[in-house]
Design a binder for this molecule. Structure first.
Ligand code: NI
Length: 198
């Protein structure tokens, strides 16, 4: 008999231009969520996010168009200024803005290699979802972390951060971000975190 538990797999991450990224991902049923196949898939999603140093990863980015995302921010070399977020798996998430206040933030994405650009995000969102076991999640997220949640949930509707870049002149590579934009951006990011604690 095959062992039920095995090491998680690192899955290939779909890149911009792959039509899978432009679909609307479908809702997951509770029965499907609790089944072995989905539970193993969630383990693979988390392992793939960690392997790529992502702050989050949506199922659709590994070519599974279902409404599941993983988010986790520890000591992240891609985003050293991001406040920490413990591992969070959201299933069928719904985000509701808590304010009209917005902030501008440089984003990047594992599906958009070597590109960053400035997008506008709502400064606070209510997040309603299931966790990976089907328990209700209902939380408020503020500041930079709210941006991370919005970025990941955008993926479920086939949206990439590049769609939200208002000024293409803000587009940069990771190298030119570090050289020309990082210092000013980190000051802004720190002010945002100080104000909103996230
Ligand atoms: Ni992304």
């Amino acid at each position: 008999m095959a062992a039920l538990s095995s090491e998680p797999n690192i899955l290939p991450i779909a890149q911009i231009g792959d039509p899978v990224l432009r679909q609307r991902a479908r809702e997951v049923t509770r029965e499907e969520l609790l089944g072995d196949t989905t539970q193993r898939f969630i383990d693979d999603l988390i392992a793939t996010m960690r392997d790529a140093n992502g702050a989050g990863l949506a199922a659709i980015q590994v070519s599974e168009p279902v409404r599941i995302v993983a988010i986790e921010v520890g000591d992240n070399p891609r985003y050293p200024y991001k406040p920490k977020i413990p591992l969070t798996v959201l299933v069928n998430p719904v985000l509701t803005p808590l304010t009209e206040e917005t902030f501008d933030v440089f984003e990047g994405c594992l599906s958009v290699p070597n590109l960053r650009g400035e997008v506008t995000r709502t400064v606070g969102v209510r997040v309603q979802a299931w966790d990976r076991h089907g328990n209700d999640i209902d939380l408020e997220v503020w500041g930079l972390s709210a941006g991370t949640y919005q970025h990941e949930c955008d993926h479920l509707d086939g949206k990439l951060f590049v769609d939200r870049v208002k000024d293409p002149a803000t587009l940069c590579t990771w190298e030119t971000f570090d050289r020309f934009h990082k210092e000013a951006f980190i000051k802004r990011a720190e002010a945002l975190v100080a104000k909103h604690g996230g």
